[in-house]
Design a protein around this ligand. Sequence first.
Ligand SMILES: Cc1cc2nc3c(=O)[nH]c(=O)nc-3n(C[C@H](O)[C@H](O)[C@H](O)COP(=O)(O)OP(=O)(O)OC[C@H]3O[C@@H](n4cnc5c(N)ncnc54)[C@H](O)[C@@H]3O)c2cc1C
Length: 331
Amino acid sequence: MTTAAPGAAPVLVVVDHHDDAPRSSAYELLTVARTLGPVEAVWFGAAPEAAVDRLGAWGVARVHAVPAAADLLPPERGEALAAVVEAVAGPGASTVLLASTFENKETAARLALATGAGLMVDAAALEAGPDGRVVAVQQAFAATWTLRACTTTPRAVVALKPNAVAAVAPDGAPTQPEVLTHDVVPAAGPVARLVERTPRPASDRPDLGEAQVVVVGGRGTEGDFSAVEELADVLGGAVGATRVATDEGWIGHEAQIGQTGVTITPRLYIGAGVSGAVHHRGGMQASGTIVAVNSDPESPIFEIADFGVVGDLFTVLPQAAAEIRRIRGEA
Ligand SMILES: Cc1cc2nc3c(=O)[nH]c(=O)nc-3n(C[C@H](O)[C@H](O)[C@H](O)COP(=O)(O)OP(=O)(O)OC[C@H]3O[C@@H](n4cnc5c(N)ncnc54)[C@H](O)[C@@H]3O)c2cc1C
């Protein structure tokens, strides 16, 4: 196990990765972390060289690889992360940043419990507080309230929503991060372990939780998602759905957005044939720009839409896709 580094307490960024490359949310966290203190990264698994180089280009001074954590589930990852945090910062202050996903929030909660840290999840922005503590900007009650919170403990664990900030690479030459491998021994006893992975069918579309553009279909599609998928593909976005659409079996449950589904914070949300029910709003109201296409001018989604089109989605969506292609010279 490694020992604590002298000097300022680091900001530890947990780097989510896929196919050995950091996910886009990791670059967003690194961008914010640079504003809070010296940045170090935690990589669950054996960190590949190319990824370490990439993290160096993004301002990471040290990479903490935790090989044993690669196949652990969130609660045990939280315990493993706690061991790393104790090794890096000892009892002193430190901030740990994660992307606010279902799994990471569970990891973060276990980490906070194990290290006596304060926990803030679903942050929409982070700021350095006057006493050096990190301040999380959060949205409550389906984004109708904004609040600023900081922990009463010196150590903070914060989960930041994907797409909440734009990822910006630092100026200056890349550094070569030091890689420290932590031989964390997973807890003995009856813990859950990942024994097998079944990859989802390959798709060129971005992950719903991380996508900058999400096109959502509701009951108004009557089960035909072709126009929704076409517009999503033209915009390089993900496809989402209301609970009605997933319950009807028109699309998989993993596409459901809302209170009992995925929470999304894309830059652009386009809802087609979606009424904007409160359970759906809870999962999308923090989107940057909300566009609604609905044939009923009285539909509640127009109350929260930045841009609304009253019309038939099967006419409006293909027209929008065609126009985008024309502007790009692809038509
Ligand atoms: C405990 C609980 C949890 C829930 N969790 C969720 C959740 O996580 N996510 C979620 O989405 N819902 C959730 N729901 C369900 C939610 O309350 C709504 O029923 C659901 O969101 C409505 O889906 P919808 O907008 O697709 O359908 P509807 O409300 O039926 O709206 C369909 C809309 O399509 C429009 N339309 C019809 N035809 C067209 C057309 N051709 N072109 C354009 N517009 C058209 C109509 O004008 C209408 O506004 C939950 C409900 C409960 C009770």
